[in-house]
Design a protein around this ligand. Structure first.
Ligand SMILES: Cc1cc2nc3c(=O)[nH]c(=O)nc-3n(C[C@H](O)[C@H](O)[C@H](O)COP(=O)(O)OP(=O)(O)OC[C@H]3O[C@@H](n4cnc5c(N)ncnc54)[C@H](O)[C@@H]3O)c2cc1C
Length: 485
């Protein structure tokens, strides 16, 4: 039984079915995908959460595991140039997987940096290879064995003992380049000053394997996975919320759904955020409460159907503050909305016109914000403030996008994210990813107290992000097999 039809839940269900289990997946909402969902309104379509698809090989591998070809289920459209970064002083920088374009953009910012850029790419490639071969994809529980899987020379190269910001400083003098590449820390809901240098593999992965959008938007990929799950024989049940996971002694026995039905089952994989599962779903009197992990920040997401197409913006833009360190500090340490707000804006209809009516634009804005436990339940003043800051900033850069262009608007705050998908404390990206929060230090993908209970998704191993939770599904299935077969 898999509880929750997010991407990790779908991946785990597919892998377990392929290993010979009879899998039923129960999802509380009408649609699958979890955070990767879809809003449809007045001819506009919006992907609710993830919008940047990296590491396409991860998705290909999932289809291949089922003996299928990904291209029979979904098409990936390349997005290149990928992301444009903007600073308040009008400096801008655009990433591309085409090396000549990337070099010329980097040189525009820091003259003579080409050699250092190549050194950065080659260094990050090593980190990427070592981490995927030896660290990310292993179910190793022993921290010492995990670390010692790397040779001393490899470990020294990983940049784990200092911050991502410092690691980038080894290659780039320009604060703009450091901030642009460092901003990938936001994908893990962290700050480049706090996450380890190892995470230079994030910008590398995007440059090496490209940035993609599935045809039909990110939700096109969810539909493809739903079809794959059905084709391999997984039973999918939507609008079926699980109220509790039942146990007898130290063993899982099944689940009780919200309508009071008991479903017996010897193995339950929870795709509901790990701390949420443990706080809300576990019905085991003797369960010793686990320490709640440090959670990543929340997000306010704005979905705008715009009346025209002449915004002057590409598919992906990130607006960074003039003083990133202060803004990240305000967000992560003081847990408040930064005075100078970093935000991301995605116009998916620039690449996939079917996302908006002809001549119009489907826009999505993401601003990082504190968690519910810090900010509270009333987000109206925050949304007003965020919108003011976003419009001021867009105007400052001469874009043709103002409040008067919005035909359709939907707004999700951490409260909607929590209530719709069970995200603990409204945290958008799940448990944090600092040095002692990854690998064997992260919540394991099996429960150490309840036999037969497993986890998959952003807050367990290997971590957050679409490719990671898809890989996590395979790791959880392997874990189940290692215990029961
Ligand atoms: C705004 C935003 C932007 C993001 N951007 C990116 C990006 O650009 N690229 C990227 O790679 N990643 C991105 N991410 C991260 C990525 O979306 C997540 O890491 C990933 O989708 C999490 O998947 P999951 O397996 O943890 O499942 P979740 O998405 O957490 O799904 C869990 C499922 O469980 C269901 N559920 C909850 N409670 C119950 C219950 N009681 N009974 C039954 N079902 C239940 C929920 O409804 C949900 O469907 C983003 C996330 C957010 C929120």
């Amino acid at each position: 039984m898999v509880v929750g039809g997010g991407l990790g839940g779908l991946s785990a269900a597919i892998h377990l079915q392929l290993k010979g289990f009879h899998v039923t997946l129960l999802e509380k909402n009408k649609t699958l995908g979890g955070r990767a969902n879809r809003i449809e309104a007045e001819g506009f379509r919006f992907d609710t959460g993830p919008s940047l698809l990296n590491y396409p090989w991860v998705f290909e591998e999932l289809f291949e595991a089922a003996g299928k070809k990904m291209t029979d289920y979904m098409q990936l459209i390349p997005v290149d140039p990928s992301i444009t970064f903007h600073w308040p002083d009008q400096t801008s920088f655009t990433l591309s997987s085409q090396i000549t374009k990337l070099v010329s953009e980097c040189e525009k910012i820091e003259t003579g940096v080409s050699a250092k850029l190549f050194a950065f790419l080659s260094d990050a490639e090593c980190k990427y290879r070592f981490s995927f071969d030896k660290l990310v994809l292993t179910n190793e529980d022993n921290p010492l064995k995990w670390v010692l899987s790397l040779k001393p020379r490899e470990l020294a190269k990983m940049g784990v003992w200092h911050s991502l910001h410092k690691e980038l400083g080894r290659f780039f003098k320009s604060p703009y380049l450091r901030e642009a590449f460092g901003s990938y820390a936001m994908y893990l809901g962290g700050s480049p000053w706090a996450l380890p240098g190892l995470f230079s593999i994030l910008p590398y992965g995007e440059l090496a394997y490209g940035l993609w959008l599935p045809k039909g938007g990110i939700y096109g990929m969810v539909e493809a996975l739903q079809k794959l799950a059905t084709d391999v024989g997984v039973q999918l049940r939507t609008e079926c919320a699980v109220q509790s996971i039942s146990t007898h002694g130290k063993k899982v026995t099944g689940v009780v759904t919200e309508d009071g039905t008991t479903i017996d089952c010897p193995i339950v994989v929870s795709n509901v955020d790990v701390p949420q599962t443990q706080a809300e779903l576990l019905d085991a009197p003797a369960y010793k409460k686990q320490k709640t992990p440090r959670m990543t920040c929340g997000v306010v997401t704005l979905y705008w159907g715009l009346r025209h197409k002449d915004t002057g913006l590409p598919h992906h833009s990130i607006f960074l503050p003039s003083d990133s360190r202060t803004s990240f500090g305000q967000l992560m340490d003081e847990e408040t909305i930064p005075d100078e707000l970093p935000f991301y804006i995605c116009l998916a209809s620039e690449t996939e016109p079917s996302m908006a009516p002809k001549g119009q634009t489907s826009a999505f804005v993401l601003a990082p914000v504190p968690l519910i436990s810090k900010w509270g339940e009333d987000w109206e003043p925050a949304v007003k403030l965020i919108k003011e800051r976003v419009f001021d900033r867009l105007k400052h850069h001469g874009t043709n996008l103002g409040e008067e262009d919005i035909l359709v608007e939907r707004v999700w705050t951490p409260v909607e994210w929590r209530d719709q998908f069970g995200l603990f404390d409204g945290s958008a990206f799940g448990a944090a990813h600092h040095l002692f929060e990854v690998g064997p230090f992260r919540a394991k993908n099996y429960d150490t107290q309840i036999r037969g209970l497993y986890y998959v998704g952003a807050s367990t191993t290997p971590g957050t992000g679409m490719p990671m939770v898809i890989l996590g599904g395979k790791m959880t299935a392997e874990r189940v097999c290692s215990h029961v077969l």
